[in-house]
Design a protein around this ligand. Structure first.
Ligand code: AHR
Length: 503
């Protein structure tokens, strides 16, 4: 099977916003407790944060982390997580039917972000609470001092404000499962008023309004239109979420789901344009895809806790999907989609980062290890920075129920002008045929290969584990060559490749 790709330095999509390599941490399961925070762990720092986990996060070079939820935020009192730890209340978390000890709050999370070198993206509670709690939280976090909330922060040990730029106006407010769920009119009005109050404090802050939790939601895409009609002038991004699953055990259909993602982005980009035109506005709004990942492996095992049959456990193992090689291909295609849509997707967060549907797992009192999906994320974050190329792609296709005709070759290209490289991320979706891809690099001068890494596995369902952490890992690629201005690569069936050429 053959495919051809043409990459030209003058044909670009847009500069890639580094924040598409963001992540998400929620007070859910073991993401925080025994994930990033475990005071008795042998690698814990003075704040109780695990050093082994921090190292794996640092390697991913995550630009920012969304916090503290997720569904959790819709019934969360941020004040519960400040002040002396012994005085913090234990609360029932209605979102996940667990107990929340509040031993980690904004101070501990902010310190951890400084340790791992990432920015915060904070969400306010627009479910059980509203404008008042939101504006107090923003003042606590961002005001230098001399006001009630900022002085309380200083009293609690943090002199300088954290100056958090990105704020989410609630989470998945279209979802009936959300504590304090609202319809689009109610939410649009509340988000608008909350955004106005936050802007009155600091108009330079960037605000993210909730879009749909999934493109299968019955309210999609009316939800986006209504919410944006209320908030267009005061927000900067609309948030979308999507999770991927192979419940039917049909790999070819599963790998076509990124085309549904592409259509979802395209539709919401259209809704943004529609509201912009309706408002005669000159302002642009972009997409914050602040929850995405594969999520289904753990569904059955979670039922007991989620149905409340286990009482109110603290930090139980919830949403602990163990990812396989097939998921590597899926995550590769998802990241490629974000790169190809760099003109409208400016923020994206893998959901989540540690233990909960995550690339990094921990054993309590034991080791931290990388899941299979850690690697496509690592490669994209390391080498997917620069300008997204508008590739011309000619690939054989196959027919799917979910997305019609889908190409066997999924590819994204990124030109990094600073270091003079072009990186390609390729997935061969074909189950049993190799793909000969020829990439025409004419406009890039004399290219030469500087790195070729790949992932493949005889068993699509192969996973890593604490005892066997290197079962699904990248290896050096071979056989790629440059002849003249043409780069050729042979990708075996169901394989992921990352190629970097200097240009
Ligand atoms: O990431 C897990 C959950 O998925 C989040 O809490 C929620 O926002 C979404 O439904």
């Amino acid at each position: 099977m053959k495919a051809t790709v043409t990459a030209h330095s003058a044909f670009t999509v847009a500069p890639i916003d580094d924040r598409i390599y963001g992540a998400f941490l929620e007070h859910l399961g073991r993401a925080i407790y025994t994930g990033i925070y475990e005071p008795d762990h042998k690698t814990a720092d003075k704040n109780g944060m695990r050093g082994d986990v921090a190292e794996l996060v640092k390697d991913l070079n995550v630009p920012m982390v969304r916090y503290p939820g997720g569904n959790f935020v819709s019934a969360y009192n941020w004040e519960d997580g400040i002040g002396p730890k012994d005085d913090r209340p234990v609360r029932l978390d209605l979102a996940w039917h667990t107990s929340e000890s509040n031993q980690v709050g904004i101070h501990e999370f902010a310190d951890w972000c400084e340790t791992v070198g990432t920015d915060m993206m904070l969400a306010v509670n627009l479910g059980s609470r509203g404008l008042d709690a939101a504006r107090n939280f923003v003042e606590y976090v961002n005001h230098p001092g001399g006001s009630y909330w900022s002085d309380l922060r200083i009293k609690n040990g943090r002199k300088d404000p954290w100056n958090v730029k990105l704020w989410c106006l609630g989470n998945e407010m279209d979802g009936p499962w959300q504590v304090g769920h609202k319809d689009a009119e109610e939410y649009g009005k509340l988000a608008n008023e909350t955004a106005k109050a936050i802007r009155a404090f600091d108009k330079s802050l960037e605000l993210v309004v909730c879009g749909s939790s999934h493109s299968n939601m019955p309210t999609y895409p009316d939800w986006e239109a209504t919410v944006l009609e209320h908030t267009y002038d005061v927000v900067d991004y609309i948030s979308l979420h999507m999770y991927f699953a192979n419940r039917e055990n049909d790999t070819q259909e599963y790998l076509a789901q990124s085309h549904k993602l592409d259509a979802y982005i395209g539709t919401v980009a259209g809704v943004i344009q529609y509201v912009k035109a309706k408002k005669r506005s000159k302002k642009d709004i972009y997409i914050s895809f602040d929850e995405w990942n594969v999520w289904y492996h753990s569904n059955k095992q979670d039922r007991k806790i989620l149905d409340g049959n286990d009482g109110w456990p603290h930090a139980p193992a919830l949403l602990e999907d163990i990812y396989n090689f097939e998921d590597v291909l899926q995550v590769g295609c998802i990241l490629n989609t974000f790169i190809r849509r760099a003109d409208v997707v400016k923020i994206a967060c893998i959901a989540q980062l540690v233990n909960v549907i995550a690339p990094i797992m921990t054993e309590e009192d034991g080791r931290a290890w990388r899941q299979s999906i850690y690697y496509p994320l690592l490669f994209a974050s390391q080498f997917g920075r620069g300008t997204a190329l508008d590739l011309s792609i000619d690939s054989p296709t196959y027919e799917t129920k979910i997305a019609g005709e889908v190409p066997y070759l999924d590819v994204a290209g990124v030109h990094n002008n600073d270091d003079g490289t072009v990186s390609f991320f390729l997935v061969n979706r074909h189950p049993d045929e190799a793909l000969d891809a020829t990439i025409d690099l004419q406009a890039f001068g004399s290219p030469s290969i500087i790195e070729h890494r790949m992932m493949s596995h005889a068993d699509l369902k192969a996973t890593n584990s604490a005892d066997n952490p290197d079962n699904v890992v990248p290896m050096d690629g071979s056989g790629a060559q440059v002849q003249g201005n043409k780069l050729t690569v042979n990708a075996g069936p169901h394989a992921y490749h990352m190629l970097r050429v200097s240009v």
